[in-house]
Design a protein around this ligand. Structure first.
Ligand SMILES: NC(=O)c1ccc[n+]([C@@H]2O[C@H](COP(=O)([O-])OP(=O)(O)OC[C@H]3O[C@@H](n4cnc5c(N)ncnc54)[C@H](OP(=O)(O)O)[C@@H]3O)[C@@H](O)[C@H]2O)c1
Length: 282
């Protein structure tokens, strides 16, 4: 491996894609947003990989609207399964390795302990099923990074919604019966960088530490903003109005076992990173 690998990021306009652009700015980097490269376009993908000859292709592109995937399963399958397969085809031809970003939604969330990388997947939403198909398109030498509850300084996300609602003193309701690890794009991008430099392959769970429900997460955000935490009320998933089209896993907690086994540091507790991330937003 060269000292500085050449890295192509696809889906570069999304919240993780923009963060990867910042994190990898000292590397030999090409970042292509969807309007520059549609990963479902076979010829365009071939041309991009042929032209740039990257060592690694990090795919941050996906159809991430979980409920939208239920109503548009073909579009979801194209972006989340066919796109990654096209990247692998081109990577095979031009000798690159693919880093595919995946999700806790590949699991059904019924396990009573955190999910390990080796646990059996069983998605029950279109989003989860199409993302699982994207994982299956990878070769043994490729890297799958599963993360969860992703948010950060870029793009639309829960943090920005809470900042806006809290500033207006708007009461909110969040579920207390879905738990997971909130993960910040800055911390996740930094670990993806480490994994690429280490030439890691296989599946890695990459999340911040700290297990909370969505309700508890919002309380932590309000606390960090110095706002009253009673702005948020806990509800059950069945009380959500309107009901969501896609089922969510009740247990989204991903054990970062592979990171520990590779001797890489775990990501910080989300509460430790929260003030810095909020500082970029507010
Ligand atoms: N957000 C989460 O909570 C979460 C949790 C776990 C895992 N993940 C995974 O993390 C990765 C990054 O997610 P994110 O939160 O950064 O999502 P995001 O902000 O929605 O960004 C996804 C990007 O992919 C682009 N895209 C969609 N279809 C494409 C295509 N055919 N070709 C090229 N680009 C395409 C989108 O462009 P347009 O906006 O123009 O459509 C968007 O810029 C995804 O793989 C996602 O599945 C996300």
């Amino acid at each position: 491996m060269k000292n500085s690998p050449k890295i192509l990021v696809t889906g570069g306009g999304g919240q993780l894609g923009q963060e990867l652009e910042r994190e990898l700015s000292n590397e030999h980097l090409i970042v292509l947003a969807r309007n520059q490269l549609d990963i479902t376009d076979c010829e365009a993908v071939d041309l991009a990989v042929k032209t740039h000859q990257p060592d690694f292709i990090i795919n941050a592109g996906a159809f991430t609207a979980v409920d939208g995937c239920e109503s548009e399963p073909d579009l979801a399958y194209a972006a989340n399964a066919i796109g990654p397969a096209r990247l692998v085809q081109a990577a095979e031809r031009y000798r690159a390795r693919v880093v595919q970003i995946s999700t806790d939604y590949v699991f059904d969330g019924t396990l009573s302990r955190p999910y390990r990388e080796t646990d059996k997947t069983n998605p029950f939403s279109e989003y989860g099923r199409t993302k699982e198909a994207g994982e299956r398109a990878m070769r043994p030498e490729d890297l799958i990074v599963r993360t969860s509850w992703l948010c950060g300084a870029h793009g639309k996300n829960l943090l920005k919604t809470i900042v806006s609602l809290a500033s207006q003193g708007t009461p909110m309701k969040f579920v207390e019966d879905q738990i997971g690890h909130p993960s910040f794009t800055s911390d996740v991008a930094s670990t993806i960088h480490d994994l690429v430099l280490k030439e890691a392959n296989g599946i890695f769970h990459v999340t911040n530490q700290g297990i909370v429900s969505w309700y508890e997460f919002v309380k932590e955000i309000l606390k960090a903003l110095g706002k009253p935490t009673d702005l948020v009320t806990a509800i059950k998933t069945e009380e959500l109005i309107p009901r969501r089209a896609a089922l969510r896993p009740a247990n989204s907690v991903l054990d970062n076992l592979a990171l520990r086994e590779a001797g890489l540091p775990e990501l910080p507790d989300f509460r430790d990173s929260l003030p810095q991330v909020l500082g970029e937003i507010v």
